[in-house]
Structure formats: structure tokens, C-alpha cells
Design a binder for this molecule. Structure first.
Ligand SMILES: [Zn+2]
Length: 278
């Protein structure tokens, strides 16, 4: 499932290939990806508009249009945004096609159709897209300080892993990067947040920023399902740098002594080294 680094990689591609382009025509296949409004609302909202910018909040792509409205794209589990020449055959599960004024097309492809494409009024985001209005701090886009993290960890006894994944507090971290961040910070995923002292909090802050920035530089992580790719269809390479995620039973490369343990909480796998994470 795409997390902040993958969505940021897609955002940078959109900044290059979609911003400044006029959308001449819109096709909507599977109506499930426009379930929040309707096929007609997406076609009317996008046809003839020019994309002004490519922004991101957490895992949400937000694209302001020259009409004053914005387009929101959420990749959710398996969504992809691809840019291709008009003559190229479309992959199966292409649910939305934007015909651009430069002869290219933007495709929203999503085999599992949990993803969404929506046009909304940014002035009414509270009622139209309430989950965006409730998003917490973005650890890359905003000025995310050590003091911000200190306030978050002091406020709760919640375990660190679910705390990092709580989009209302810090937006954009999911299961993969949650595990990798805690490993590099040498903190156990089940450790209560309010037991962190100032030094451990500083380590966690540094690890959040470093892991996310390194993953963005690597173009994100493409797992064996190969569903995540950038706008040109290119896979990311940060999976080669994963030290714990999906490595249960392997020797820990960081300390060379522990064995990576996999536990399941809330139906999701958590991976950590019991020796170097405390
Ligand atoms: Zn270790």
C-alpha cells in the first residue's frame, strides 16, 4: 500500500507532467472510484480545467484547478497514476482517463478499486472530505519539529507503532515505514509512547525524517506484488534498504545478533529486532 514516500514520488511526477496542462476530455469506467460523488460530477468538474499545482497531505494527492475547485486522488491499496501517449494501449483496470492538451493521457489504474478520484470545493473540505480536514502534521511538507513530536509522545500511553500509523497525529506513515522508522530509532513497536525520554524522542524524530527522505530519494518501495510504480511505470528501490519489514526470521543486519521477529497486531504484521530495539 502506497505510503508518504510513494505518494510524494507520484506528486513530483504530477508536478512535472500534469501541472499547467488543460484537461480536454474525461472518461470514467468503474464508477466505484468516483463513489463519493458520481461519474457526471467528475466529468463536469474536470473537463476544460487547467491543473494549477500538485500538492500532498499525508497519503492524499491534492490538485488545485483553475475553477477554484480541486481534484483529490487517493491511491489507497493498489491505485496507480500513469502518464502515457494517447496511442499506448491502456492496462486493464484503467478506471479514469484524462485527455491532456499535449497529446498525453493521465490514467488512474486500480485493480482493487479501493482508490478514489474526487473533485471537491476546498472551502467546504470539512464536509466534503472530512478525513483531510482531520489529518495530522505532515512530517515532510510541514515544519515538523522535535517539539511537535515531543508533544505527541507525551500525550499518550499508546504503543509507538499504532501511534505512528495514526493519521490524525502524523499523516503519511503506514505499516512499512512505521517498522523501518522504529528499527532505526532503536525503539520497540509495543513500547508506550510516554516512556520516551528527550533523547529517545530526538532519535525517533530524526529517524522519521531520515527514513522518509531516503525512501523518497529511492522512488519509494515496490514490493513483490509490484503494484506501486511511478508515473512512468518505474518501480521504486527502497525495498532493498528495508532492514526489518517482511524480514521475519532473518538475522538483524543492524546489530548482527538479533533475529527479526514478526508479530501481528490488529491484523497487521509488525517486524522488529528484539535485541537492538528497546
Ligand atoms: Zn538488531
Amino acid at each position: 500500500m502506497p505510503e508518504l514516500p510513494e505518494v510524494e514520488t507520484v506528486r513530483r511526477g504530477l508536478d512535472r507532467h500534469l501541472v499547467g496542462r488543460r484537461i480536454e476530455r474525461v472518461e470514467v469506467g468503474r464508477e466505484r472510484v468516483v463513489r463519493r460523488t458520481s461519474r457526471e460530477a467528475l466529468i463536469v468538474g474536470l473537463t476544460g480545467t487547467t491543473v494549477l499545482a500538485a500538492d500532498r497531505r499525508g497519503k492524499y494527492l491534492l490538485l488545485p484547478l483553475d475553477t477554484g475547485e480541486s481534484m483529490m486522488i487517493h491511491l489507497r491499496m493498489s491505485g496507480q497514476v500513469l502518464i502515457a501517449e494517447r496511442t499506448r494501449p491502456r492496462p486493464s483496470h484503467t478506471h479514469v482517463v484524462l485527455h491532456l492538451d499535449d497529446g498525453f493521457e493521465a490514467w488512474f489504474v486500480d485493480p482493487r478499486t479501493f482508490g478514489e478520484v474526487v473533485v471537491y470545493d476546498p472551502d467546504r473540505v470539512d464536509s466534503e472530505l472530512p478525513e483531510i480536514a482531520r489529518l495530522g502534521i505532515d512530517p515532510i511538507a510541514d515544519s515538523f519539529t522535535r517539539a511537535d513530536l515531543r508533544a505527541i509522545v507525551r500525550s499518550t500511553r499508546q504503543a509507538l507503532k499504532p501511534l505512528l500509523l495514526d493519521q490524525h497525529r502524523i499523516a503519511g506513515i503506514g505499516n512499512i515505514y512505521g517498522d523501518e522508522i522504529l528499527h532505526r530509532a532503536r525503539l520497540r513497536p509495543d513500547r508506550p509512547a510516554n516512556t520516551l525520554d528527550a533523547r529517545a524522542t530526538a532519535r525517533l524524530h530524526e529517524s522519521i525524517v531520515e527514513v522518509l527522505v531516503a525512501a523518497i530519494e529511492a522512488g519509494g518501495s515496490t514490493l513483490s506484488d509490484a503494484q506501486y510504480v511511478d508515473l512512468m511505470g518505474v518501480e521504486g528501490s527502497y525495498q532493498d534498504d528495508h532492514r526489518v519489514y517482511a524480514r521475519g526470521g532473518e538475522r538483524c543486519e543492524t546489530c548482527g545478533r538479533g533475529w527479526i521477529r514478526r508479530t501481528v497486531t490488529g491484523g497487521r504484521g509488525t517486524h522488529f529486532c528484539p535485541v537492538c530495539q528497546r
